[in-house]
Ligand binder design. Sequence first.
Ligand code: GBH
Length: 453
Amino acid sequence: AGAQGSTAKRAFPIGFVWGTATAAYQVEGAVKVDGRGESIWDVYAHTPGRIVHGDTADVADDSYHRYPEDIALMRGLGVGAYRFSVAWPRIFPDGTGRPNAKGVDYYKRLVDALRTAGIEPYCTLYHWDLPEALQRKGGWQNRDTAKAFADYAGYMAGQLDGRVQHFMTMNEISTFIGNGYGSASMAPGLGLKGQALEQARHYALLGHGLAVQAIRAATHAKTRVGSAEGINAAMPAFDEPEHVAAARKAAVEENAGYLTAMHTGRYTDLYLKTLGADAPKFTTEEMRIIGSKTDFQGLNIYTGDYYIAADNERGYEAVPFPSSYPNMQSSWIQFAPGAIYWGPKLMAEALGISDIYITENGTSSTAAPDTQGRVLDTDRVMFLQQYLGELQRGIADGAPVRGYFLWSLLDNFEWSRGYSERFGITWVDFATQKRTPKLSSRFYHDVIAGNAI
Ligand code: GBH
């Protein structure tokens, strides 16, 4: 039984998976240990002016060495699952060629320690740390990278077969292409436009599809394969049939370059028409591969976009956020708990998805240790209370969500924001590596213990 509050709690389904999430580059550190090769993020972070305060992830949370302590934190929380990612350059330092046994062993030790602690490992094979050697050959602009990724993914999944049941190919194609190849705010910081950008996006999707097939070929039949994609969830401005229908159409069209392509094996007519001459070049065979059947869909949901019905070709119109709309510390996280109610529900309805995991949800907070050393992050507790309430309501209304992974277990290297934005429910003192659970850890512990919000 969970902790008793004064308000009656609403239950999650029996067997609902509660977890936390991290990514290799954001927590591991040890960038030159045991034969790891260089990644595009090492290069980017060491380029002056790219990261806030010139921070790097050379040490980060040192989880490469401190993972037993991190697992102990998870045991304290009571989570049943941990979503981590494998650093491709630890396995193939040059992206392809001969595997690096020491890198493989690290992940075997990690998943064995998790299983011993009763925590189910959920493994992401690509969370943005492309081997630099492949970037020098064009990275995701080069079709060969899709094949190299599938070879690596199949090899690694085979190595972890029997120890890991859930694999995700990639994390957020939308972000590593949009921000890394497009806007340049992330590695490799290319600033591409037009057809070149769309072709890179297409090859990333192809890499996902090829990897789904490679993982299946390398593992036993019960292995479940999916991806973790970021969506700015479509929400009706309010719950009224014509606006809900508009948001459902928006869910399909606004994700046409990602989830819609992956779940239907085609680009929508509207998507291709809108891109015009910038549309990617593709073959029927590539689209068939991109549409390879998956077993679950991971959704990273932090915020959403409001839609209303409109009398235009799309049948919907996006409503911009007024400047008075509340957001969290990270200016891109508009406070929108409805995103986690509508996002999974509309995606499942529109694309026929039967099993969804929330593979990331959470927020940054400026809360820092007080004079007693406590971190009282009431903004994060408020955020989680509201989002989890909406998640529970969505599941009760039929959204097929099987689990939830809170981003993140630890404060960590927040990409171009460096250490200036802290997403952890555990405070990390980066000078000493001391970990201190925040108030939100206690809150999440109680939710898990009661399986209710
Ligand atoms: C997720 O991305 C990531 O998967 C995870 O690694 C990350 O730590 C977490 O969210 C928290 O940010 O640099 O100003 O151009 C969430 C989607 C898309 C949000 C890109 C930030 C870049 C803003 N992200 N966006 S900016």
